[in-house]
Design a binder for this molecule. Structure first.
Ligand SMILES: [Zn+2]
Ligand SMILES: [Zn+2]
Length: 88
């Protein structure tokens, strides 16, 4: 299914970064567990230091690993999530 493959490649998997140990990875590598206080939400855990709630979404700019600090609409109608440096 070449079409599906291409679609998936266009949108890079969201990057994750750990505030505590500096681990960098993607969403599928993050440890997840149901939140006991909010069943519809998930608790995220760092796969390296095992700290819970220290994993941030990283800036969507390639090569930038700063935590996301703002979300804004891009010209093509998409939503961008970036650090303050890459906000346009
Ligand atoms: Zn960590
Ligand atoms: Zn950035």
């Amino acid at each position: 299914m070449p079409n599906n493959t291409r679609k998936r490649a266009e949108r890079a998997e969201e990057k994750r970064v750990c505030r505590l140990c500096g681990w960098r990875g993607i969403q599928s590598q993050v440890l997840t567990a149901p939140n006991p206080f909010e069943p519809s939400a998930m608790v995220l855990g760092c796969p390296q230091c095992r700290e819970v709630a220290a994993v941030d979404v990283a800036c969507d700019v390639t090569g930038c690993w700063l935590p996301v600090q703002c979300a804004w609409s891009s010209d093509d109608g998409g939503v961008r999530t970036t650090c303050l440096k890459h906000r346009m």
